[in-house]
Design a protein around this ligand. Sequence first.
Ligand SMILES: *[C@@H]1O[C@H](CO)[C@@H](O)[C@H](O)[C@H]1NC(C)=O
Ligand SMILES: *[C@@H]1O[C@H](CO)[C@@H](O)[C@H](O)[C@H]1NC(C)=O
Ligand SMILES: *[C@@H]1O[C@H](CO)[C@@H](O)[C@H](O)[C@H]1NC(C)=O
Ligand SMILES: *[C@@H]1O[C@H](CO)[C@@H](O)[C@H](O)[C@H]1NC(C)=O
Length: 387
Amino acid sequence: MKFYALIILTIIITTACDSNDQKEKKWMIGPFVKVDSVNPILTPSKDGEFFCPVTNKIIFWEAKDVFNPAALVRKEKVVLFYRAEDFKGKDNGTSRIGMAESTDGYHFIRNKKPILFPDNDSLNVYEWTGGIEDPRVVEDEKGNYYMTYSSFDGNVARLCLAKSCDLKNWEKLGPVFKNKINFSFDKIERDEKGMLTKKYVNNQRRKAYWNKSGAIVCNVKEGKNIAAKINSKYWMYWGDSNIFLASSDNLINWEILCNSKGDMIPVMKTRIGFFDSYLVEPGPPAIIVEQGILLIYNSKNDEKTGDPLIGKNAYCAGQALFSMDDPSNLIDRCDTSFLKPERPYEIEGQINQVCFVEGLVNFNEKWLIYYGTADSKIAVAECIIKK
Ligand SMILES: *[C@@H]1O[C@H](CO)[C@@H](O)[C@H](O)[C@H]1NC(C)=O
Ligand SMILES: *[C@@H]1O[C@H](CO)[C@@H](O)[C@H](O)[C@H]1NC(C)=O
Ligand SMILES: *[C@@H]1O[C@H](CO)[C@@H](O)[C@H](O)[C@H]1NC(C)=O
Ligand SMILES: *[C@@H]1O[C@H](CO)[C@@H](O)[C@H](O)[C@H]1NC(C)=O
């Protein structure tokens, strides 16, 4: 009898953890449940033929890996913009951005060709051979779409911007940050406890300028993520060490938040002993909720000083709340991850142990998050909104 009771108890506990039945903080969205019946929703495809204008060759543009999708709702469909890599090689192949659409949010039909890719244009120097990575998309009041993405030349990543009015034709607008800022990632920073908060000190690649992951603050209106002005500016969280902030009048020209000495100000840092000990990096566009600005973020667990209960170097997602009066003011953040690698395709892939969120939509009375798994496939998790 006792034996059976123990089994039942174990099952109940595991299920509860798995579906994150408890939200850690009231302001968080969730709990999110991974939709196992459809996951992974997109996998690499050997069918996608594409004539690459740079090499003048036909390639299979999404043959190796598909991951890290942006998501939005348009005309009662969920639209994904995802990163696809062609084949193993220098820089692990070239990344291009593909598009897929769904009427239910679970089953997607892909565009045959990538919609944004390295071309023989003026931005090729920033994109070849690494390509175009990790998109995030917002809309303005007039129905124009803005995509932030990383261009990668094999040496440094640059946060870039593209604009579209129909989602199919995108105009590349070039690097977001045109002003030269002193690079502060290779400085040793210490937190209140005197612990190191920067781990890129000896990493040569990071000693070059490097910037990525722009999440613009939005209002969610009828499922659309519409860029919102706060204190008469647009705001964008960005960075992939600590998180920094930038503001804009027009969504195109961005100014980085700096102190009087000209150093960039981190608005959210890594934490020793937690799942977000190695780096923090914005996820999908941040959204305005009742209590403030809610940012879903991605993070990496430090192998030595991180949370020992989570895999070493695992990428998990968290949520943070910033003030509506001052978007640089971090009000609260969760202490445990709400989305972490558990399934085989989240644990093993191009990079093991990764759940990386870049898409969040409000669709059919649900929150849906779309995330890259192990830098190889794409999955969805959902939360039914209580009325
Ligand atoms: C693009 O540039 C490369 C290198 O200069 C050249 O080989 C190729 O033919 C060009 N492609 C097109 C479509 O013009
Ligand atoms: C290529 O992928 C490996 C993991 O498979 C990773 O360690 C490495 O950083 C990647 N290289 C580039 C240039 O992205
Ligand atoms: C972003 O990266 C580019 C390329 O290295 C660099 O020129 C620029 O100064 C960087 N900007 C910031 C704010 O780091
Ligand atoms: C960058 O650093 C140099 C040397 O420390 C300093 O002279 C310069 O004023 C700084 N530039 C900015 C924009 O803060």
